[in-house]
Structure formats: C-alpha cells, structure tokens
Write a protein that binds this ligand. Structure first.
Ligand SMILES: [Zn+2]
Ligand SMILES: [Zn+2]
Length: 729
C-alpha cells in the first residue's frame, strides 16, 4: 500500500517530502542516473514523492510530412519529441518505475493550468489512471503543505486541466501550421528551405510592437521654446518656468525674454494644496516583473526565474497569478510579525501591528492564487540577486497595508514685469505607506523656506531654451508586459517567454524595445497577406474561450473545432496567394535576415562571413561564403543573444567585430576569433586551446562540426563569467 505523489520539480518534491514525513521516516533514494525521489511514512502509510521537470510530455504530429493544415497530433514523451528535452528521460524513467507501485495517487504540481496538465499527463500516460487526489497550495511552507495534504480534493481539477490542454493544442495548431505556411511560401518562391516561424500570440505581439515602431518612426518633431528663470530662494537657486510650458513661436519667446530682463520677481500668489497618495496594489505577475525590471534591470524571463526560486524556497507565494487581492485567510498578522523578526523590517512591522490590518487591493482576480506575498519565513540562504527581489516583495506587501501618504504641494507664482512664472515645492506631511515601501517609494521633495505674497526674489539668470517634441516613448520590457496584460494578449505564464522568443529571433532588440527591419518587414507582409495571423482580436477571442473552458462553460472540443475551421480558412487564403506571399517574404524578410546575418569579410579569402544555424540542433556558427571554393574559415558564436554586425574589424586578429545583445545584460562587442588576445580577460583560454587543438587535428570538413562545439563551450564560459559578474554587481 503506497501513495504516489507527483511534484512538478525536484526542489518541490524535496520540500513536500520534508514537510509531510512522520518523524524519522524520510529516506532520500536515488533512481536512474542519480535522480532523487523520497520515501516516507505519513500517518504511518508509505508515501513516495517523485518529481517531474516541468512537462514530461509534448505534442507531436502523428506521422510525418510537412503539409498544412495539420491537426493530427498526440502526446509523446518529451525526450522523444525533441533533443533539447533529452535530459528529462531520467526523470521520466524514475516516475515510470515508481508509479506502478501505487494504490493511491496525489498530484502536487503547482496549482495552475501548466501544473495541472503536467500532473494529468503523467497520471494518464505513465500511471494509467484517470483521476487522483489534488493538493492545492500557494506557498511551499511546511504549514501550508501539511494543510493542503490534509485538505486535498478527491478529484482532479478538470477545469484547469481542460483549459490547459486547450491552450496547448491551440498553440500547436497555430505554431505548426502558420510556420509551415510561411516556410512553404518561401520555398515556392525561391526554392530554398528556410524555416520562418510565428505563433498564435507571437504574431499579434510582434504586430503590436511594429505598429508602435511605425508611430515612432513617422513622428515629426516640432520645435518649441521655453523661458526659464533662476531665482534665489533662501540659499538655493531654483528654476521657475514661464506660465506656458511650450511657446510655438520664436518671436513670442524673444518678446517674453526681452520683457523679463529685470532684477527681481514679485511673489504674486502662493497656492498650497494638500493631497493624499493611496498605497500601491499588491503584486501580480505582471506588476512584479515590471518592477523587477524597473528597479534592478532583470528581464521578465530572468525576473520570473528569480521569483520562482523564492517560491521554491518557501519565501514567497506562487508568482504566477493575475490577482491583485490578498485573502484574509493568509493571516496578515502572523506574516507581518514574522517579517518583523528580520532586522530590516522590525520598525515597519511594529508600525503595522499597532493598527488595523486592511490591505489596499486592485480589481484583477485569479481563481487559483492570490496576489504575491511573502510567507514570513526567514530567508537564510539566498543569493544577492534573490535578496533584492525578496526585499521588493516584502516591502510592497508591507506598503499595501500602510496608511495613505499625506503630502503638500506649493506653487509660487511670480510676476516678472507683467509676465507670469512659477515654481513648486513638495513636501511630505505624513509618510504613511511610503515609509514602509522604503527606497522603492521614489518621492521628490523640494522643501521651500517660508515665503509670503509681496516678497521679492532676486533673478540670477534668465534663459531661453529651444526644444522639440518627442515621439511616443518606446516600450521597456516592463511596460510592454503591462500593455499585453491590458490587451489580454498571452497569459501571465507565457508573456515573458514569448517576448524572449521575439528577441531570440532578431525581431526586436534593446532594453527600450526597438523593432528591427526584419521584424517590421515580417509584420508588414503578414498584415497584408494574412491579417488573421496578426489579429489581436482573434487571439483574444481564443484566450476568452480558454477561460470559459476553465469555468466549465465551454468544451475543449468545441474550441478546437472552431480553431481548426479558422486555420483551414487562413490556410486556404494563404495557399491561393502562396507564390505572391513567398515573393514578398523573400524580398522583405529574407533580405533583412540576410543583411542581419552578414558579419563582415573573411580575413583569409575576402569572402563574406555569415551566421549559420544548424536547424536540427539550433546551434549557430559563423561560416565563410568561400566554403564551396575551399575556404574553411569558421568561428563559434555565443549560444544566446542577437548577433549584429558593427562593420568594424579587430586590430589584433582582423576578424569582424560583432555586437551581442542578450536579454537582461548590457550589449557587448567582441571579435569572432575566440583565441584573440583581446579576450584574455574573459575567456578560459586553456579550455579553448584544447578545443582548438582537437579541431586542428581533424579534417577540414569536420571543422564546421567542431566549431559548433566550440561555440557551445565559449558560450558556456561566457555565460559563467556573465553570471559571476552579475552577482558581483
Ligand atoms: Zn573565407
Ligand atoms: Zn580579435
């Protein structure tokens, strides 16, 4: 008699076992290739916890072929579906060998659509069961795990399973069929096989960014003038602005400037206003990732993995949630008093515990999880990066309970020879929640000395400034997440990831998001030739239907039937115009891609060095266009990040210098030769030399293959140094 428990990840399996085991019964065992699983007694019954590593199953087409539309698809073990998932085999094997021994099953994966699908597939395909118990928890603290074990539901959460499955099928249908449509169109047009991919959410996301980029590009700046006074206020010099902040006419500006050339300004009026600032709303995924980006500069995918690790460590609640609400039953008082045991939050905790605890809340809800909150557990062993995000989550949580901040603003209106100028002061009367929020509450204080109407202030300087109107601002990685949430594009769990795909494909670049020529051209061709691919409305429509499946108001089968019909219509339209679309893609997209892939001249034969990709392994390397004529020049490339040409050549090794733009990190420049002197400080030379020596031994043709290995090594080493650098920051 054994209860088999299925956890989403190895760390989760460990926490669950440690929390539930009857005293002295926990045994850590090793299965296939050292994969751990946990055996223990709970209430004297034998339990085994096994771990998945995210999805152990993936959707794959039944049979072969590249025709579209294709809808015949099945779940197969991920390690059989793709090489990148090969590592999951050992976990699969351990689950498979343990699962047969059970008489009872409990799914204890993360409580959301993904977690439910992960657990359901394992149960169905490995254990051969249709139903099981389901644990539901929002934090991985011992207390909550024990509680959720006790209150586990007798049935699976079929709403989440079905809507999760619906989304997986939809993504597959769209991704595969649209990618095939584009790729086939290219092949019809130029007889070359080149994969051009898009997806259900990716297309509309790119299109939205491209539309914004067009607005920025089309923006015509308009000149305007400003008049500014430097006035002496007490010991300080403050800047006062002319009452109209923009003067569109130079002559007006000149007149005002001329008329204001006097020694002092008369205080004509003092307007004092008291105002309050409400506390912030609790964090959901979007606002947390946006703030992690804003305060620390980590990209949304990095931010997510940091938050995830804090959740796994039992320090914060589940970070994938739409909710902006904190339910009462999480026991505010206990969490806040526990946080107060940490020196940094001692004062804050005392202030809050002295009053009533009522959180500020937002409107968004989530049926599975509350807004993100700290558990109150003491973070003993966390790294510097995690520490930052932890502090942000704690301070935000505390601030949510704070009193409104009271502030006072003062506008001092000056009369300067008949012209009106003004400057302002701002001061805090009662810090309220801003004290609890600490350094994240960025309030500007300009404290003015006492002044009264009729006083005169000395004018130190008067200046005329010429400026111009600015285009709409670019999205940052944080603000784009908020925009996507507003538009209901993607989900809390997928937005960050899809954004990353757009970066990886070279459609967008930069911390302030800029759409590349490639991205612009692709969005344009898609909009013209098959507008449904980039339709936000359609994507949103299916998003809403998935929600209906979740609530049991719609059936998965009906949503998928509708999706098939839509895709058949898109495919028909596409096939009719295939050649034309192919020509346009070739002209605009492939041309831009080629341009992006050209890195410069070969130092050996003057051919062109280009980025190549092994489409089987996905690895990139640099090859020479002189290869067919016998030039064997080749270089490794970092595994991740966008590679851009700089049109410069390294003085030392004469290879082109490239720019590598990688998520989160600063863009950096390097030459292509991994052995170049200029890299002495950041590459592990010995390792590279060894690889180099080996590749020299092999025949010229095998060099390309080796280069790819080198690329991997170099990228690994670079990644390691990057990580270390980041931690040192
Ligand atoms: Zn060459
Ligand atoms: Zn060099």
């Amino acid at each position: 008699m054994t209860t088999i428990m299925i956890a989403e990840k190895p760390t989760a399996a460990k926490s669950i076992a440690e929390s539930l085991a009857d005293k002295g019964t926990l045994k850590v065992k090793e299965g296939e290739q050292g994969v751990k699983y946990y055996e223990f007694n709970k209430d004297r019954k034998k339990h085994i916890v096994v771990a998945a590593v995210g999805h152990l199953f993936s959707l794959k087409q039944v049979g072969k072929g590249w025709s579209y539309p294709a809808f015949d698809v099945e779940w197969i073990p991920s390690f059989q579906a793709s090489r990148t998932a090969a590592f999951s085999k050992k976990y699969y094997d351990v689950v498979a060998s343990m699962a047969k021994n059970g008489d009872e099953y409990i799914i204890c994966c993360d409580y959301d659509e993904e977690g439910s699908v992960i657990g359901f597939n394992i149960l169905k395909f490995i254990c051969g069961k249709k139903n099981a118990k389901r644990m539901k928890f929002s934090t991985m603290t011992k207390e909550e795990l024990v509680e959720s074990y006790k209150n586990a539901s007798k049935e699976l959460d079929f709403g989440q399973i079905e809507s999760g499955l619906t989304r997986h099928y939809l993504d597959w249908y769209y991704g595969i069929n649209l990618t095939r449509a584009l790729t086939n169109a290219l092949k019809t047009s130029n007889k070359r096989f080149r994969i051009l991919s898009t997806g259900r959410v990716q297309g509309p996301m790119l299109h939205m960014l491209a539309k914004h980029e067009k607005k920025i590009k089309a923006f015509k700046p308009k000149p305007f003038w400003q008049i500014e006074l430097d006035v002496a206020v007490g010991k300080d010099i403050l800047k006062a602005q002319y009452e109209k902040s923009k003067l569109w006419n130079k002559k007006d500006a000149d007149d005002i400037l001329k008329k204001s050339q006097v020694k002092d300004a008369l205080i004509a009026d003092i307007q004092t206003k008291l105002f309050t600032q409400k506390p912030p709303k609790p964090y959901n995924t979007t606002s947390l990732l946006a703030d992690i980006y804003r305060y620390f500069g980590y990209s949304p995918t990095q931010g997510m993995s940091i938050a995830e690790s804090l959740y796994q460590a039992g320090l914060i609640s589940y970070p994938r949630t739409s909710s902006e609400k904190l339910p009462k039953d999480i026991n505010y008082k206990k969490i806040i008093s526990n946080l107060g045991k940490q020196k940094s939050y001692e004062k804050e905790s005392k202030i809050l515990l002295a009053g009533e605890l009522k959180p500020e809340e937002g409107a968004r809800t989530d049926s599975a999880h509350p807004a993100i909150y700290p558990t109150g557990e003491d973070p003993k062993k966390i790294g510097a990066v995690q520490k930052k995000v932890y502090d942000l989550v704690v301070r935000r949580f505390l601030a949510v309970f704070g009193k409104p901040a009271k502030r006072e603003s003062q506008k001092i209106v000056l009369d300067v020879n008949g012209n009106k100028f003004s400057f302002s002061g701002k001061k805090t009367i009662d810090a309220g929640w801003t004290f609890l929020y600490g350094k994240y509450a960025q309030r500007d204080e300009v404290i003015l000395p006492a002044m009264k109407k009729g006083d005169r202030l000395t004018i130190k300087k008067i200046s005329q400034l010429q400026k111009e109107t600015q285009p709409p601002p670019r999205f940052s990685q944080g603000s784009v997440l908020k925009e996507l949430e507003e538009r209901n594009l993607g989900t809390k769990a997928t937005r960050a990831q899809i954004l990353q795909i757009l970066y990886n494909r070279g459609y967008i670049v930069g911390r302030s998001i800029e759409v590349t020529e490639l991205g612009m051209n692709l969005a344009d061709v898609l909009e013209k030739s098959a507008s449904m691919i980039v339709s936000e409305k359609l994507t949103r429509h299916f998003e809403e239907e998935c929600d209906k499946v979740l609530q049991g108001k719609m059936k998965k089968e009906d949503v998928l039937e509708e999706a098939k019909k839509t895709l058949i219509a898109i495919s028909d339209e596409f096939k009719k115009k295939e050649k034309k679309i192919g020509n346009e893609l070739t002209k605009a997209v492939i041309a831009a891609q080629d341009k992006q892939n050209k890195l410069g001249a070969c130092p050996n034969c003057k051919g062109t060095l280009k980025v190549h990709k092994n489409w089987r392994t996905g690895k990139r390397f640099v090859g020479c266009s002189g290869y067919p004529k016998g030039c064997r020049t080749g270089f490794p490339l970092p595994r991740e990040g966008l590679i851009l040409s700089t049109e410069k050549i390294c003085e030392e090794c004469k290879t082109p210098i490239i720019q590598v733009r990688r998520e989160g990190g600063k863009p950096f420049r390097m030459c292509l030769d991994p052995e170049c002197k200029t890299k002495g400080d950041w590459l592990d030379k010995n390792k590279l030399k060894k690889i180099q020596a080996e590749s020299k031994k092999s025949s010229a043709d095998a060099l390309q293959e080796k280069n790819k290995e080198k690329a991997k090594e170099a990228a690994k080493i670079k990644e390691k140094t990057d990580k270390e650098k980041k931690l040192l920051k």
